[in-house]
Design a protein around this ligand. Structure first.
Ligand code: R5P
Length: 321
């Protein structure tokens, strides 16, 4: 049997990440034509044959989020109508995941809506990194691979020989991820009790655990306006942390985030490249770690039908977590 050809398609959201993956895999990006009509409608055409092929679409749902989502759906539709053999969507940042349940009456569950749209358009598999809530995987009735970002940060701290570290979860939602990170580094953790008086406002009302004299690593999934993580940094500095390092998977950096990060007591901001970080939002203390090597290995394994679990060796170390 002839094996389906592997093709890589980059959406317009994060070309830099797509190019890195293409270079690592030594597979050129399949040419596409993406245009916006005068009225705002999006047009996508795949410029070469994909019939029967194993296609990986790399596209993050980054700003402008709604355009990015529509472009993804249109790309999947174009591939399906062109008879692609398998359509694998790599969406490192899956927007709308924060609305994963009804927190009050008459609210939508947009994480489920987006899942229905992506699967309905014709995707055969979806991959993402650090969903806001793990259970969102269940909104998809197609194979769904959920990767985690914290092992990248752990590798960084181990490689740079950090000592006397404590991991801080900036809210209860970040507790599980923080606990697994702490276990992998064999260090203690603290949890912060965050309240949201209004959308985009964060207030820490209490810290559970001791940070005095420690290097505190605050790990969150998203930095959006920067309110949550910089408020956490402020409170931990007040509680006597010796050094504060912020880590986050999705650097959305909306509105005041760059200034908040610059002015907060953290010495370093470690980010992953699930979304592009424009030059004007970069500040000196930021460092961006790339997911391209991990995603390239994942693509290869999926294409050849190999196990992904074998790749994620840390899973064995946190098995009891
Ligand atoms: C919320 O629960 C998330 O995990 C993040 O903490 C939140 O989205 C960050 O938003 P912001 O940076 O605007 O506080």
């Amino acid at each position: 049997m002839v094996m389906a050809k592997l093709q890589l398609i980059s959406g317009s959201a994060h070309p830099v990440l797509s190019q890195k993956i293409s270079k690592l895999l030594e597979i050129p990006l399949t040419p596409t034509k993406t245009e916006t009509f005068a009225d705002g409608e999006i047009y996508v055409r795949i410029k070469q044959k994909v019939r029967g092929d194993d296609v990986f679409v790399i596209h993050s749902l980054t700003r402008p989020v709604n355009e990015a989502l529509m472009e993804l759906l249109i790309t999947i539709d174009a591939l399906r109508r062109a008879s692609a053999g398998r359509i694998n969507v790599i969406c490192p940042y899956l927007a709308y995941s924060r609305q994963d349940r009804k927190a009050t009456s008459r609210e939508p569950i947009t994480a489920k809506l987006v899942a229905s749209l992506i699967a309905g358009a014709g995707a055969d598999r979806v991959m993402t990194v650090d969903l806001h809530a793990d259970q969102i995987q269940g909104f998809y009735d197609i194979p769904f691979d959920h990767f985690v970002g914290y092992p990248q940060f752990v590798n960084y701290f181990k490689a740079n020989n950090y000592k006397n570290v404590v991991i801080a979860a900036p809210d209860v939602g970040a507790f599980g991820r923080g606990r697994r990170m702490a276990k992998l580094m064999d260090v203690p953790m603290v949890v912060m009790d965050k309240r949201r008086p209004n959308h985009n406002e964060a207030e820490v009302v209490r810290v559970i655990g001791d940070v005095a004299g420690k290097v505190v690593v605050i790990n969150d999934d998203i930095i959006d306006t920067g309110g949550t993580i910089t408020e956490a940094a402020r409170v931990l500095a007040e509680q006597g942390a010796k050094e504060i390092i912020l880590c986050a998977t999705h650097a959305l950096l909306s509105g005041p985030a760059p200034e908040r990060l610059r002015d907060c007591p953290a010495s370093k901001v470690l980010l992953l490249d699930t979304v592009p970080i424009p030059e004007e939002k970069r500040i000196e203390k930021m460092e961006v770690l790339s997911l391209a090597p991990m995603l390239s290995r994942v693509i290869k394994r999926i294409h050849y039908g190999d196990s992904l679990g074998e790749l994620f060796t840390w899973e064995r170390e946190i098995a009891s977590c």
